[in-house]
Design a protein around this ligand. Structure first.
Ligand code: ADP
Ligand code: MG
Length: 250
């Protein structure tokens, strides 16, 4: 589903990704761990084409991101076509990023209405179904500011699901939440994982990684230092940098 090859990305003279190669199979849950500044968000943003890579390539379900293959030549896609590719990828941010002036239901319905030209009734029915799935049926007409952080993040997850993405990306989805609200959001993500959604989750929640991840990836300083099953990486880390990181978060 996801094929990243030799991704390099710099901001000015700062090289943030130094050759990242990562594959994710359909239905797999990959948890990415790593210290602050190691390049985790930048990596997710390249997968969603919010950042253009300097070198290497990103392929999602066989489609090369940002390009179209014509014969043996690659043509760069136009902005509009890139937006279309992006609709196959759902992104959940640390700070929810809901539209403050739209109700919960309107937040979830916004992308399908503007991107897919579907009937309003059909889109609203689907939004109602998605809100039920994240346990927020009673909040359809509320505005984001009237919700707790955990509820807002669950709306953001419903919104990310609204375009039936092939892949879901989560960037520290619980790190802006009060501790007592973390569980309700992780429960929704676990539920999605159990229904075979392909996802990459950046998080510091080690318990979640242990329980849900098919694979744990440890990043540091722009490279993947090691990866493997949760037991392998969390209980028997091979690399000193992984050990040092885990000793701080466990
Ligand atoms: P992480 O998510 O692991 O904390 P990030 O990917 O956010 O790491 O950032 C990695 C490094 O790249 C940091 O040093 C950060 O300051 C830098 N960085 C990220 N985005 C930008 C940007 N748009 N411009 C300049 N530097 C950036
Ligand atoms: Mg980050």
């Amino acid at each position: 589903m996801v094929d990243l090859r030799g991704i390099h990305k710099s901001f000015g003279t700062l090289e943030v990704l130094k050759g990242v190669t990562l594959e994710v199979e359909q239905g797999q849950v990959v948890v990415v761990l790593g210290p602050s500044g190691s390049g985790k968000s930048t990596l997710l943003r390249t997968i969603n084409h919010l950042e253009k890579v300097d070198r290497g390539y990103v392929s999602i379900d066989g489609d090369l991101l940002g390009y179209r293959r014509v014969g043996d030549k690659l043509h760069e896609l136009k902005e509009r076509e890139i937006l279309k590719q992006r609709t196959h990828i759902g992104f959940v941010f640390q700070n929810f990023n809901l539209f403050p002036h739209l109700t919960v239901l309107e937040n979830v319905a916004e992308a399908p209405l503007s991107a897919q030209r579907k009937q309003k009734k059909e889109v609203h029915q689907e939004a109602v179904r998605l809100l039920a799935r994240v346990g927020l049926s009673d909040k359809e007409n509320a505005y984001p500011r009237q919700l707790s952080g955990g509820q807002q993040q669950r709306v953001a997850i419903a919104r990310a699901l609204a375009l039936s993405p092939k892949l879901l990306l989560f960037d520290e989805p619980t790190s802006a939440l009060d501790p007592e609200l973390v569980g309700e959001v992780l429960d929704v993500i676990k539920d999605l994982a159990s229904t075979g959604t392909t996802m990459i989750v950046v998080t510091h929640e080690i318990g979640f990684a242990r329980e849900v991840a098919d694979r744990v990836v440890f990043m540091d300083d722009g490279v993947i230092v090691e990866q493997g099953s949760p037991t392998t990486v969390l209980d028997h880390p091979q690399h000193p940098r992984t050990r040092a990181f885990l000793s701080k978060v466990l």
